[in-house]
Design a protein around this ligand. Structure first.
Ligand SMILES: [Mn+2]
Length: 407
C-alpha cells in the first residue's frame, strides 16, 4: 500500500490529497443484503482497510509523500456488541503502514478547518464523484475553502489501470471461482428449470468458492431474454430449444470477474444457433489476436467488427451482424466491473480487459455472447478465464452431465 501511495504522490506532484472511505449504511434504511458494507475502492487501494467513516490525508510535495495521516473512528464497545470489533489505531496503522493514525473527530475539527483557512496550500485534491461531492467536508472545501479543490479520480484511474501482482492474483481467484460456477451451471441446466434456479447454482458456487459477493447482478437470460443485454430478473421457465446467456462475475477481495457463456438449455445447439455461435466465437478470436502492447481497445473492437463484416454476410437477418451487436467489445476490469481507466490509451502489460462480442436476434429469440477476461502481457495476452467456450465441448459436457444424472 505504501508503494501505491508513493505512486499517487508522483502522479499529483504537489497538494493536499483527501481520500474518503465509504460510509456506514443503515441496515433498515438502505436495504442491504448481508455483508453489505463495501469499502470505497480508492480508499481500499491506498490503505487496505475496510473501516467505514474514515479519511486519508496525504501531503504530496515534489512528487513525494511528505506526510500521511489516517483518520478513523474511535472504538465504541457499546456499538461493537452489535457489529463486532473495529480495528484499533495500532491495528489500522499496522495494516496500512501509516504511522500517524488519529480520531476522525480531529479531522472534522482541525484538518478541514485548517484547510479552509490556509492560503499556503496550492491545491486540494479529492475524488470528485457524484457520491463524494455531497460529502459535507468536500462541500465545505469546495465552497468555503481558500484553495482550489481538484479531482483526484483521473490520477487513481491511471494507477488502477495497470494492475500489480497482488491485484492480478485476486483477479485470478475471482475468475477461477466464476469459471467453476459456469461449469456447475452447464452441468445443471435443463429444460423446465427456471432462470433463477440456474442463478442460484451460480451464486451458491460463488459463495462456496470464497467470493464475498457478486461483482454485479447476475444475468441469466434464456430464449427471448437472451437478447436483453442487462436482463437481471431471472423469472423465465427455460424451454427446450432455448439458448441461455449467463453473464456473471464473482467478487473476491474487491476484484470482480466478468465472464459470459451461452449454452443450449437442451444440451445441443440447433443448426441456426450454432451458425450464430460460431460467428461470435470467430469474432472473439479475432479480437483476442489484437490484444497486445501498443494496440488500443479500438483496435480490438475493429478486429471483431471486421471479422463479422467478412464472415457474417446474410447470416443475421435483415440487418448486418454488426448492427445486431450493439455494445462494445471490451471494457477494463478490476475493482469495478467496468473499471476505471482511459479507453484511448495504448495497451500495456498489467492491464486487464474483457473481450465480449455478441449477436442478438430479437426476431428469432437468439442471443449469443461469449466473454472472457484477458491480461495484457509483454508479448500479447493471457486468457484468465477458461470456462468451456468451444461449442462441441459444451455439448459433450452437457451430454455427460445428463448421463450421470440419469443413472
Ligand atoms: Mn463485461
Amino acid at each position: 500500500m505504501a508503494g501505491r501511495r508513493a505512486r499517487l504522490a508522483e502522479e499529483v506532484g504537489d497538494g493536499v490529497l483527501l481520500v474518503p472511505s465509504a460510509t456506514t449504511k443503515s441496515i433498515e434504511g438502505d436495504y442491504p443484503q448481508d455483508s453489505d458494507f463495501r469499502q470505497d475502492n480508492n480508499f481500499l487501494y491506498l490503505t487496505g482497510l475496510e473501516v467505514p467513516d474514515s479519511w486519508l490525508v496525504l501531503i504530496a510535495a515534489g512528487g513525494q509523500v511528505r506526510a500521511e495521516i489516517l483518520f478513523i473512528p474511535e472504538r465504541e464497545p457499546a456499538e461493537e456488541m452489535w457489529t463486532g470489533p473495529k480495528p484499533s489505531f495500532q491495528e489500522a496503522s499496522k495494516l496500512s503502514g501509516i504511522v500517524d493514525v488519529r480520531a476522525i473527530s480531529d479531522f472534522e475539527e482541525t484538518a478541514v478547518e485548517s484547510l479552509k483557512q490556509d492560503t499556503g496550500v496550492k491545491a486540494i485534491y479529492a475524488p470528485l464523484n457524484p457520491h463524494s461531492r455531497h460529502d459535507p467536508h468536500i462541500q465545505t472545501l469546495l465552497f468555503e475553502g481558500q484553495a482550489e479543490v481538484l479531482d483526484l479520480e483521473p490520477a487513481f484511474a491511471r494507477l488502477r489501470q495497470v494492475k500489480d501482482d497482488f491485484e492480478i492474483e485476486m483477479l485470478r481467484r475471482a475468475i477461477e471461482i466464476t469459471d467453476g460456477a459456469h461449469l456447475a451451471a452447464l452441468r445443471t441446466a435443463r429444460p423446465g428449470m427456471y432462470e433463477y434456479e440456474l442463478e442460484a447454482v451460480i451464486e451458491y458456487n460463488f459463495r462456496r468458492g470464497g467470493a464475498e459477493r457478486v461483482g454485479f447482478p447476475s444475468i441469466v437470460g434464456a430464449g427471448p431474454n437472451s437478447v436483453v443485454l442487462h436482463y437481471d430478473k431471472s423469472r423465465r421457465r427455460m424451454e427446450e430449444g432455448d439458448l441461455v446467456v449467463m453473464d456473471i462475475g464473482a467478487e473476491y477481495s474487491y476484484y470482480s470477474a466478468d465472464v459470459t457463456r451461452t449454452i443450449p438449455v437442451s444440451g445441443a445447439f440447433s443448426a441456426r444457433q450454432r451458425e450464430i455461435y460460431d460467428l461470435v466465437l470467430g469474432a472473439h478470436e479475432a479480437a483476442l489476436a489484437a490484444v497486445k502492447p501498443g494496440n488500443t481497445l479500438m483496435d480490438v473492437e475493429r478486429a471483431a467488427r471486421v471479422y463479422l463484416q467478412e464472415h457474417g454476410a446474410g447470416k443475421c437477418g435483415a440487418k448486418s451482424c454488426n448492427d445486431q451487436f450493439p455494445h462494445g467489445v471490451s471494457h477494463w476490469l478490476g475493482m469495478d466491473v467496468h473499471d476505471v481507466g482511459d479507453y484511448s490509451v495504448k495497451l500495456q502489460p498489467g492491464m486487464v480487459l474483457t473481450v465480449e462480442p455478441g449477436i442478438y436476434l430479437a426476431d428469432e429469440g437468439i442471443g449469443v455472447r461469449v466473454e472472457d477476461d484477458v491480461l495484457v502481457t509483454e508479448t500479447g495476452y493471457e486468457l484468465l478465464s477458461n470456462a468451456p467456450r468451444d461449442p462441441d465441448e459444451i455439448e459433450a459436457l452437457m451430454a455427460e452431465a445428463a448421463t450421470v444424472s440419469r443413472r
